[in-house]
Design a binder for this molecule. Structure first.
Ligand code: AMP
Ligand code: MN
Ligand code: MN
Length: 362
C-alpha cells in the first residue's frame, strides 16, 4: 500500500512547489550541498536530493565541505559525495540543504564564483536567514528529509530503494529515533511512507544513534566526571588533550549534549568542544539542548550560530575555558529570562481568570 501524504499540501505550498519546479526542471548543471560537520539529516537530504534529481534524469554534483562519517556508507549513493576540490566554478542551480546560513556550506560555496547562481535553500531551522534566491523553509518539519518526502511526491519520484533509506536516515537522526518533542503525526506519516518504501527503522537506529565506539565512551567517562551544574544548566568541556588520552578520533563522543540534558536536575545543556577548523585555527564548537518549554536557538543565533528551540549550536574563537564560562553564563541568563517570561504570563492569566470570576459573581 502506498499513498501520498496530505501533509505535503501543508508544508509545500503550491506557489513554492511551482517555483521549485521552475528552478529545477530547466537546470542541467546542478550542485547540491549541505552543512559542515554533516549529520544524518545533512547526508540523508543530500543523497535523497541526488535520488530525486536522478529520477528527473539529472546528474547533480553532491558536495560536502567536511568528509562524511563512514558510518553513513550504508546509504546507497554515499560514494558519490565529493569534497570542495571537486566543485566546479559554474552551475545552473545550487541546492542547499539543512543549512541555516550561507557560511554553513563551508568551502563548497565560493561567493565570488557562485554568488550569481540561482540558489534554492531547503531547510527547517527556525533561525534560517533566507539567504537563497528561493527559500523553502519549514520549521514545522522535524528534518529536511521529511520535507523531501513531500518534494519527491510533488516531482513524482517513487519513495523506495536508496531514496527511502537516505530520507529515513535524516528523519531518524534529527528526531533521535522519533522521540523528540517535534515528532508529530506528520513525522510518523513520513516515516511510514519511507518504511513502506523498504527502509527499516531499527536498522537505521542501530547504524546511527545507537552505535558508539569504545574510545568515545571512555571520552564521555572522562568528561562526565567533570561536568558542571548551576541553575539547572549543565555543561561539560571536551579538550583535544582529553580526546587524545581516550584515543578518540575527532568525531567520536558526539551527542553528549543530548545525554546531558536528560539530567533530572537540568533544563538546558551545553558541550564545548575544542577543535581545529580548516584554517588550522583553534575553535570551540558549542552544542546546546533544551527540555521542552526552554529555547536555546536564540542564544545560538546571538552568538553567530543557529538551530532549533530544543537543539542549537555555534562555533566561537577563543580558549575553551573562557568560552565555556561566558556561554554557560549566557545560557543561565536565557533560562532565567525565559522562566520569568513564563511566570509573568501565568500570573497574567491567573489575574484575568480572577477578574472574570469576580465579574461573573459581581
Ligand atoms: P548539534 O548540537 O551539532 O547537533 O546541532 C544542533 C543544531 O544546531 C543543528 O540543527 C545544527 O544545524 C545547529 N547548529 C550547530 N552548530 C551550528 C553553527 N555553528 N551554526 C549554525 N547552526 C548550528
Ligand atoms: Mn543537520
Ligand atoms: Mn536537520
Amino acid at each position: 500500500m502506498t499513498q501520498t501524504s496530505t501533509a505535503g499540501a501543508l508544508f509545500l505550498l503550491p506557489e513554492i512547489e511551482s517555483a521549485i519546479r521552475s528552478a529545477i526542471l530547466p537546470a542541467e548543471r546542478i550542485l547540491c550541498v549541505s552543512h559542515v560537520s554533516p549529520d544524518g539529516d545533512a547526508i540523508g537530504s543530500l543523497l535523497g536530493m541526488g535520488w530525486i534529481l536522478g529520477h528527473l534524469n539529472k546528474q547533480p554534483t553532491l558536495a560536502l565541505a567536511d568528509k562524511p562519517s563512514a558510518d553513513f556508507a550504508y546509504i546507497p549513493g554515499f560514494d558519490q559525495i565529493v569534497g570542495a576540490s571537486a566543485v566546479a566554478d559554474t552551475y545552473d542551480l545550487i541546492i542547499c540543504l539543512d543549512a541555516s546560513s550561507a557560511d554553513r556550506m563551508g568551502s563548497v560555496y565560493r561567493p565570488a564564483l557562485h554568488g550569481q547562481t540561482l540558489l534554492l535553500v531547503i531547510d527547517h531551522h527556525i533561525t534560517n536567514t533566507n539567504f537563497g534566491t528561493l527559500n523553502w523553509v519549514a520549521p514545522g518539519c522535524a528534518a529536511v528529509c521529511q520535507m523531501l518526502v513531500y518534494l519527491a511526491d510533488a516531482l513524482g519520484a517513487p519513495i523506495e530503494g536508496g531514496l527511502a533509506v537516505a530520507l529515513l536516515t535524516g528523519l531518524i537522526t534529527d528526531t533521535l529515533g522519533l522521540r523528540t518533542s517535534n515528532t508529530d503525526a506528520h513525522v510518523l506519516q513520513a516515516a511510514m511512507r519511507l518504511t513502506e518504501g523498504g527502509a527499516t527503522i531499527h536498522e537505521i537506529v542501530a547504524r546511527t544513534i545507537q552505535s558508539r565506539s569504545f574510545a568515545g565512551m571512555r571520552l564521555w567517562g572522562a568528561i562526565l566526571s567533570e561536568a558542571k551544574l548551576q541553575e539547572r544548566v549543565i555543561w561539560a568541556t571536551i579538550s583535544q588533550a582529553q580526546r587524545k588520552r581516550a584515543g578518540a578520533e575527532e568525531k567520536e563522543g558526539e551527542g553528549l549534549s543530548g545525554f546531558l540534558v536528560s539530567a533530572k536536575e537540568a533544563d538546558i545543556s551545553a558541550t564545548f568542544t575544542e577543535r581545529f577548523n580548516s584554517a588550522g585555527e583553534r575553535v570551540v564548537e558549542c552544542s546546546f539542548r533544551a527540555k521542552p518549554g526552554f529555547d536555546v536557538s536564540q542564544v545560538a543565533l546571538s552568538l553567530g550560530g543557529g538551530g532549533h528551540p530544543p537543539a542549537a549550536g555555534c562555533t566561537l574563537a577563543g580558549p575553551l575555558e573562557d568560552v565555556a564560562a561566558q556561554v554557560s553564563n549566557a545560557l543561565k541568563d536565557a533560562r532565567r529570562s525565559q522562566l520569568a517570561a513564563r511566570q509573568a504570563m501565568a500570573a497574567n492569566a491567573a489575574h484575568q481568570n480572577a477578574a472574570h470570576q469576580n465579574a461573573a459573581h459581581g
